[in-house]
Design a protein around this ligand. Structure first.
Ligand code: ZN
Length: 503
């Protein structure tokens, strides 16, 4: 048996190798979504399948099992440097997750979810839930079976939440979402009753794609994004992907008749990328060199997109840039631009929802997922329950499944427990904002002067550099001195939107 130092070196080497497969897969996936030729897609998918199986085999290999057993042993664990010890803990969780599922059941799950995604597409296209229903029933049954293999404390959904948001539970989410829902519903109703609607006509027009690209590049530069360690490309559904610590890529979308989607997507994905570019290089080659959780990652994108990018101060500073790129907007005031970026109204589609109503869309999904995993709800009842909850929370109701229960891809891939991360991102972002205001009381003045460097430096120091070496709860406590709570987001939304809508 190798001694502890040798085992630690072999462990790091194995992780490095896995990260190289990951890099190849990430590059291939990025390429598929940013311009790979259509005809090449089936063969590319096959190639990706091969690489993914290789990486999976390494992760669950006998060698990995032996190294983990040796490195988690009390005496050996005490000798490890803290980065390796934290990496061992992280990899052990993942190893258990894969090893606890019988291989034939996992294989069946991969086949099922691959088929389900194309059936979902067809069902959405024809707006017919019944097509998708038998697949979703099998996915839910299988996910519940997996939860039994994995084990759970309290609610079965807790195990799924933990995979995206380590440590998060149904009890905590209920305690956060209940007051947030009540206060948000009240605010949305007040806004709807105010009779105020921002004038969005100036944003309608014809906006040249190359100029939108130029504007997006300039905004990323002003945020502090390092183009020598990333790049910007166009896609249909924007995303950020990290190939390695020095290659964090951003994609955005260009809508020809509205300039706002490019701005919001660029700031959002740019926020994700800034997080990746700020992680301590000492964590390279380990699974700690990533965000603390999905929700913390989302807090960084939403911080830039909403808290900074939808603020009055930001547009006082940045509007001249937009007008330089699009002289046809030169008659628009910063105030009008600010208001146009903050149009609040209940709508059916989550990904198009505004800053206020967005969390209500998440709560609809959360309630349904929780019920499916406990066995209290049946898949067949989802379309009706969806309409009911939308009416209750948002006051609107879809007349077709395509704009209702079928709108998101997540369930077809078995991704239960993922949706709450989006709302958690908003909650974390608002609480981080309170801490930022405590440490940099003039941060808004800085934004008004177009100076974003101080804010980025603060995020780097308090959040980014830690990567995944802290749990979300530890990070929030460390940064804000409090556990996660709904108060900061509720206060932020009231403070911002009441005056905007004359309330
Ligand atoms: Zn995001």
């Amino acid at each position: 048996m190798p001694n502890t130092a040798e085992a630690a070196a072999a462990f790091r080497e194995l992780l490095r190798k896995i990260s190289h497969y990951e890099e190849a897969l990430a590059l291939m996936a990025w390429d598929l979504r940013t311009g790979a030729p259509k005809k090449g897609v089936p063969l590319r998918s096959e190639a990706m399948g091969t690489l993914a199986s290789e990486a999976f085999a390494l992760r669950t290999s006998a060698e990995m099992g032996e190294l983990l057993a040796q490195l988690t042993d009390g005496a050996a664990a005490a000798e490890l440097d803290p980065v390796v010890r934290a990496a061992v803990h992280e990899v052990q969780k993942e190893y258990d997750r894969f090893r606890k599922i019988p291989p034939d059941r996992y294989q069946a799950y991969v086949v099922l979810t691959t088929q389900a995604e194309s059936v979902w597409e067809e069902a959405k296209h024809t707006s017919d839930f019944r097509l998708f229903q038998p697949y979703l029933e099998k996915i839910v049954a299988m996910k519940r079976e997996f939860v039994e293999y994995w084990g759970y404390h309290g609610h079965p959904y807790n195990t799924l939440l933990d995979q995206y948001e380590p440590g998060m539970t149904v009890d905590q989410l209920d305690a956060l979402f209940t007051p947030l829902r009540q206060q948000t519903v009240e605010l949305v109703q007040a806004i709807a009753g105010s009779g105020v609607r921002p004038d969005v006509r100036p944003f309608r027009g014809s906006f040249d794609k190359e100029r939108q690209r130029h504007l997006s590049r300039c905004l990323l530069e002003r945020m502090g994004y390092d183009f020598s360690a990333g790049r910007l490309d166009e896609t249909v559904h924007p995303f950020q992907t990290t190939l390695n610590r020095y290659d964090a890529r951003v994609t955005t979308m260009f809508v020809p008749d509205d300039v706002r989607p490019a701005i919001s997507s660029t700031l959002h994905e740019g926020g994700h990328a800034l997080y990746e570019q700020g992680i301590d290089p000492a964590l390279i080659g380990t699974p700690l060199s990533q965000g603390a959780s999905m929700g913390i990652h989302e807090s960084q994108s939403r911080f830039w997109e909403n808290i900074i990018g939808r603020s009055r101060e930001f547009w006082e500073a940045q509007l001249p840039l937009v007008q330089q790129v699009f002289p046809e907007l030169s008659g628009v005031s910063a105030e009008l631009f600010y208001r146009g970026m903050n149009d609040v109204a209940p709508s059916l589609i989550r990904i198009e929802a505004d800053e206020v109503t967005y969390n209500l869309h998440i709560m609809v999904r959360y309630e349904l997922e929780k019920g499916l995993m406990s066995g209290d709800l049946r898949v067949a009842d989802l379309p009706g329950l969806w309409r009911e909850k939308m009416r209750e929370y948002l006051g609107v109701e879809p007349d077709a499944d395509a704009t209702g229960v079928l709108q998101d891809v997540h369930w077809s891939g078995g991704d239960f427990g993922y949706f709450p991360s989006y709302a958690l991102g908003n909650l974390y972002a608002a609480q981080f904002r309170s801490a930022l205001a405590r440490d940099l009381p003039d941060y808004r003045e800085q934004v008004r002067r177009g100076e974003l460097g101080g804010i980025l430096a603060w995020l780097r120091e308090h959040i980014h550099r830690y990567g995944k070496t802290r749990t979300p709860a530890e990070l929030v406590q460390q940064v804000t001195g409090q556990p996660l709570r709904a108060d900061d987001l509720v206060a932020y939304l009231h403070e911002k939107f009441r005056p905007l809508y004359g309330l």
